[in-house]
Design a protein. Sequence first.
Length: 136
Amino acid sequence: MKISRQAARRWLTALLLSPGMIFALTYLVVWFSMNLWLNHAFKRHLKQIFVTEAGQQYRIDIGSLRSSADLNSLMLKKLELTPIQNAENQRKNNAALQIAELRIDCPDLSFFPFRPADEMLSLRKVSRTILSNSVQ
């Protein structure tokens, strides 16, 4: 039994246009765009807010910032907290604190790009969680 090219093309078109495939592809596009936004804009805002939340004591470097597959939590990888040295503290060589991976729950993560007020609240929450984990 030989399948003609026309039948194979129709079958492939029907598969790609099926509701399950459209939903899966749309979800992947949303997830990838959210991770792109998180790794650029959200990470930059987090670095700015973190300095004020830490009381001008630490500077943060983040290797990568990703969302979980269900868009309900953040995964921060390769965090490095570096003490900000002032004039009297320059003689002390404080080593940077490193955190390999940190998971933080953020229930409305998918709405952050559209609600700046929620983003600010979550930035403060993430900063406090990082600070609390760095003390331990």
